[in-house]
Design a protein around this ligand. Structure first.
Ligand code: SF4
Ligand code: SF4
Length: 345
């Protein structure tokens, strides 16, 4: 383990800036998100708990031009946009959001390999920052993670006030640290301090869900319309919980064209919207209760069946940011007891 004085973060980022486009927590746009570092300000540790816009936006862009096309006689010429060749370094990603990226990786490298997403993934380095003050909406510890979880990052940082402790996790992380100057070697005492900070942060995550119980009850409740109508009653279908969920990855694709010049764009979409999938066909989930059921079942039932992992990290954004205080943990905890569904169904 290494360490650096917290006041020297800007110097550290400055060293890495020549090889990477550096993203740090920023409120510059008015909403907390990972934004390109301005080369000066490293004061984000003073206010940062987590971003509103999850760092999935660094990989699955909110809106992206997939390719351009131009009418050329009787056919079309395609123009594929060049991918950024500079690597991106995301500094300060929270463990839950790093886990979310590992979860959506499974989709984008499944049967169809999405070159846009994957090229950004391969070209990036994640520097995690453990949480010291989790929100009361966080429940990451129920999902096999926690405020100090370093499983999905290249380098893990622990903020100990005067110092940042630095753990190299992957080969990529080790390589970067090996060529970074100005770091001190951490002592045994520092290691104990870092472990203590992680333990104490984990204890602050008091919201819990029972995932075993959910795995049994959720499929059994699928046809329970009464339950889902009650659960969905106050939802206004704004889509915030899905747009800002770090594991939601639905997108729409549109062609825009003007006088022979056009482009194909991909943009985020949400299964909470009544107009979802209206373009190719009809929305199979016209009623709101069906859409709420879909959102919950996709994360806690369908995704685990496909990829053997729950597609929720307990980041709590959907609880914190919902305008009507809809709470996924309440829904999951109020699932009615039902006949367990046999495995494989
Ligand atoms: S944020 Fe709340 S109101 Fe909006 S779609 Fe999600 S649950 Fe419904
Ligand atoms: S469902 Fe809610 S708690 Fe789970 S990952 Fe998405 S935003 Fe976070």
């Amino acid at each position: 383990m290494k360490k650096i004085k917290t006041q020297d973060i800007a110097r550290l980022l400055g060293q890495w800036e020549k090889d990477f486009t550096i993203f740090v927590p920023s409120r510059e746009s008015g909403v907390a998100e990972m934004a390109v570092w301005d080369g000066k300000d490293a004061g984000f540790l003073d206010w940062y708990r987590n971003t509103v816009i999850p760092p999935k936006a660094n990989f699955l862009l909110n809106i992206e031009k997939l390719f351009g096309f131009r009418r050329d006689g009787g056919s079309y010429k395609l123009e594929t946009p060049a991918m950024a060749d500079k690597q991106q370094l995301i500094f300060g990603i929270r463990p839950c959001d790093a886990r979310a990226i590992a979860i959506i990786d499974m989709v984008f490298k499944d049967a169809y390999e999405d070159k846009y997403y994957l090229s950004r993934r391969q070209n990036s380095l994640l520097i995690g920052l453990g949480c010291r003050e989790p929100y009361d909406s966080c429940f990451c510890t129920s999902l096999g993670s926690g405020p100090g979880d370093s499983q999905n990052v290249d380098i893990m940082l622990t903020d100990a006030g005067e110092y940042l402790f630095i753990e190299e996790i992957t080969d990529k992380g080790k390589e970067l640290i090996a060529k970074t100057t100005g770091l001190e070697k951490a002592t045994k005492e520092d290691e104990a301090t870092a472990a203590g900070i992680k333990d104490s942060a984990a204890k602050k995550v008091t919201r819990q869900i029972d995932t075993k119980e959910i795995a049994q009850k959720l499929p059994a409740a699928f046809e329970n319309r009464e339950f889902w109508e009650k659960v969905a009653a106050k939802c206004v279908s704004c889509g915030i919980c899905t747009f800002l969920c770090p594991t939601c990855y639905c997108f729409d694709i549109n062609d825009e064209m003007l006088k022979g010049d056009g482009a194909r764009y991909r943009n985020w979409d949400s299964c909470s919207f009544p107009v979802y999938t209206k373009m190719p066909a009809e929305n199979p989930r016209e009623e709101k209760w069906r859409r709420v059921r879909q959102k919950v079942s996709h994360k806690y039932d369908f995704y685990p069946r496909l990829f053997e992992t729950i597609a929720c990290t307990g980041c709590g954004r959907c609880i914190r940011l919902c305008p009507v205080n809809w709470d996924i943990t309440q829904t999951l905890s109020s699932l009615p007891a039902g006949t367990p569904v046999a495995e494989g169904k």
